[in-house]
Design a protein around this ligand. Structure first.
Ligand code: GLU
Length: 314
């Protein structure tokens, strides 16, 4: 991995997928990453993760940009759209990442059948009696040298423990091969998957601090290994924020139809998100002035070790 020789300005980012409007959970992530990086004197970039053309919608992108602006979350530099960067991801797949990637023709159904057969072999006493790890792709296609353009591509992830210090969740260790298996990085239809696009862009945008939701923590060791394989500068500091949950413990997400944020009263929204993030209160004012105060007071400590934050009204 390349190491930085001169201390650089901290760079953070918010990277929403426009598959819906911002909800309290994604807005809280945006707010936290903004206040945190600004409290370090850094830049806050905005990247729209819209490679999934079936699920992403330009209308959602426009609404996200409008909402962030209304809420005083002004990004630095130009917005990056991953849908316009497909050639860059493909270039990496055919250069730095080519020896680690391979074509795969296994469908979900094929894999389900494979695991069912393995289970049967074990039951018959013909297999090893180690617990089956169905998350791990059994690499059926690795030696087949399938046409890379006609099949989905998987990336070989390392089979050893990778550790990183998370500024909120503490020290983390995981073996990406055991926990994730060889992940699909490009679908058969050419669509680039999140893990590849995000890993490459974080490196190419020289992001130093990543603050994002805890739901993405399981993919972090894959991201670390992809960035390293692509010979891109690594991330200096990781922070995985507790998830915002309804008071019944259910995570707020687009999948369970979290309500879009209502920006009619931006100051009230900022105040309640800061409260949710357990930050000191700020005076009610314009969004920009409230954020200035929130940045000056920003403190990760109350979030440390927490996996979820409950929002009664979410
Ligand atoms: N695009 C992802 C999402 O909206 C965020 C990914 C990230 O921050 O790395 O959930």
């Amino acid at each position: 991995m390349l190491t930085r020789t001169v201390p650089s300005q901290p760079i953070g980012r918010f990277a929403p997928s426009p598959t819906g409007e911002l909800h309290l959970g994604s807005f809280t992530t945006a707010l936290a990453s903004f206040c945190h990086i600004k409290s370090l004197g850094g830049k806050w970039l905005l990247r729209i993760e819209d490679t999934d053309i079936e699920r992403c919608d330009r209308q959602f992108t426009d609404q996200i940009l409008l909402d962030l602006d209304t809420l005083g979350l002004h990004w630095d530099g130009d917005v990056i759209y991953q849908s316009e960067r497909i050639d860059i991801y493909n270039d990496y797949l055919s250069s730095a990442l080519s020896s680690l990637t391979y074509g795969c023709q296994c469908s979900r159904k094929d894999l389900a059948e494979y695991w069912a057969q393995e289970e049967q072999r074990q039951a018959d006493g013909n297999g090893s009696n180690k617990a089956l790890n169905k998350k791990r792709y059994p690499r059926c296609c690795i030696a087949a040298a399938l046409d890379r353009q006609k099949h989905k591509l998987r990336i070989q992830l390392p089979n050893y423990q990778i550790g990183f210090r998370d500024g909120i969740q503490g020290l983390q260790w995981a073996n990406p091969q055991q926990t994730l298996g060889d992940m699909v990085v490009r679908r058969q239809d050419g669509m680039i998957n999140y893990i590849l696009a995000a890993s490459l862009d974080d490196g190419l945008q020289k992001v130093t601090h990543i603050m994002r939701g805890l739901d993405i923590l399981p993919m972090t060791t894959a991201q670390i290994s992809i960035m390293e394989a692509a010979r891109l500068p690594g991330i200096d500091q990781w922070y995985h924020l507790p998830l915002i949950c309804h008071d019944d413990g259910q995570k707020l997400s687009k999948q369970n139809l979290a309500q879009p944020i209502n920006t009619c009263n931006p100051s009230a929204l900022i105040a309640s998100a800061l409260q949710l993030l357990q930050q000191p209160t700020v005076d009610t004012d314009t969004p920009e002035n409230m954020l200035r105060q929130a940045i000056a007071q920003w403190d990760n400590t109350p979030l440390q070790g927490k996996q979820q934050l409950s929002s009664v009204n979410a």
